[in-house]
Design a protein around this ligand. Structure first.
Ligand SMILES: [Zn+2]
Length: 90
């Protein structure tokens, strides 16, 4: 008897892949950090939280505040300054 199984599963016929691989000006990769935001990672011991503080405009200090209690923090950037990028503020 006819065990005709209609050939399903061959639907891959004529897969039309049109790769428009046109290299006409791939968007140039943008420099993610263009001025390199200078920041310090600081642990505020008062609240035991970590935050980043950034350089002030004059680039003479890192200034910020505790995100919890708003305690101000000011870390001067001196000559021969600190090479450490991580601080704990007490
Ligand atoms: Zn605090």
């Amino acid at each position: 008897m006819g065990d005709l199984i209609a050939g399903r599963g061959c639907g891959m016929a004529g897969e039309h892949v049109d790769l428009t691989s046109e290299a006409s000006g791939r968007p140039a990769p943008q420099p993610t950090e263009r001025e390199q935001q200078k920041f310090l990672g600081v642990t505020f011991a008062c609240c035991d939280v970590y935050a980043r503080i950034y350089q002030n405009r004059e680039q003479t200090a890192y200034v910020g505040a505790c995100p919890r209690c708003s305690k101000p923090l000011h870390i001067g950037i001196g000559p021969g300054g600190t090479s450490s990028r991580f601080f704990t503020a007490y």
